[in-house]
Design a protein around this ligand. Structure first.
Ligand code: LMR
Length: 328
């Protein structure tokens, strides 16, 4: 009799699994470091909505914003431990997994977001999505935020204005070299600490997009923002090989199309926020906008562009050429 009970139990669990009657939905975690009213925040919520609508009862997607679950220092490690299934760090934060993505940090490489987009969608850009496969990280798509601006507690008009000042940077050696090039002091810190560092004047400035500067209220603790558009801050949505390849093929296809749609929405929001949040900061009058003349901007270009040569071997000259071609 014990044997037949065991047999029945096995049959019941097989039935339950195949009809998904008693089975709990599988929890998927998406962790990120920004606010919800941002391109990435909205993209993640759209992804949740689409998955739960298309695979009801099978998956729930829980989104953790604002470094609540994991922050800059541990989100990729957590991904590889399968403690989280999706993250979308900025392209500057993958250095430990590949040197190739450093291309996106080269100052004054991309003319504007359209150029960034053309490069990402090109064959070279798409190839970079696979640059971390051997480390167990799968690139599923690029997501935009926008071009970066400098902010500080003094107007930064020409490079010498940055001399001796401390700037918070993301953990990127290229960005460190960019600030070194103007005699500034780069300090690598996680995103979650930036507001307090600025508020307490432990650091003098930072660089970020209009969206991040607005949503994190950096403009309330920085007297000036220089409209420099000197680099790009975009993301790669990634999962782990183990999780992604472990999904049944039909489910994986739903995940991929849902992700693509969520990213398309995120990109649309990124373009809108770039203008809206810039304007909201100007209207707040908390922070003053510094606009650069062409001659002033050229000084920044001249000071920072030599950084490219230092990283050319790691990134690959062919990649840099392809990125430049996207701007012309
Ligand atoms: C930063 O650290 O400044 C950004 O990468 C935050 C983000 O994810 O947009």
């Amino acid at each position: 009799p014990l044997k037949s009970i065991a047999k029945l139990a096995t049959i019941a669990s097989i039935l339950a699994a195949s009809f998904n009657v008693f089975a709990e939905p599988i929890e998927i975690k998406f962790s990120h470091v920004v606010a919800e009213n941002t391109p990435k925040g909205q993209m993640a919520l759209k992804f949740k909505e689409l998955i739960e609508q298309r695979l009801p009862g099978e998956y729930v997607v829980n989104v953790f914003p604002n470094s609540q679950l994991f922050g800059d220092n541990n989100e990729l490690a957590a991904l590889l431990l399968n403690d989280v299934q999706f993250v979308a760090p900025s392209l500057s934060k993958f250095e430990r997994y590949t040197k190739k993505l450093q291309i996106f940090d080269l100052p004054f490489l991309f003319e504007d977001m359209a150029a960034v987009d053309r490069f990402q969608q090109s064959e070279s850009g798409q190839k970079l999505l696979n640059s971390m496969n051997r480390k167990g990280v799968v690139g599923l798509g690029y997501l935009h935020n926008g071009m970066k601006q400098f902010s500080a507690n003094d107007p930064l008009t020409v490079p010498k204005d940055a001399n001796g000042k401390k700037f918070r940077i993301m953990a990127s050696d290229v960005i460190a070299a960019q600030f070194d090039a103007v005699g500034a002091i780069p300090v690598k810190k996680p995103f979650s600490e930036v507001f307090t560092l600025l508020q307490t004047r432990a650091i003098d400035g930072q660089e970020n997009t209009w969206s991040n500067t607005y949503s994190m209220k950096f403009y309330e603790v920085q007297s000036h923002i220089t409209e420099s558009n000197h680099g790009v801050l975009d993301y790669m949505v990634v999962s782990s090989n183990t999780f992604w390849k472990g999904l049944p093929a039909d489910k994986r296809a739903v995940f991929k199309t849902s992700l693509d749609e969520a990213i398309a929405l995120g990109n649309k929001i990124a373009a809108e926020k770039d203008n809206e949040d810039r304007q909201a900061i100007i209207d707040s009058k908390r922070s003053q906008l510094v606009t650069l003349t062409q001659a002033d901007r050229q000084q920044w270009v001249n000071a920072m562009k030599p950084v490219w040569a230092k990283f050319e071997d790691q990134i690959g000259k062919d990649m840099i050429d392809a990125a430049q071609a996207a701007s012309t």
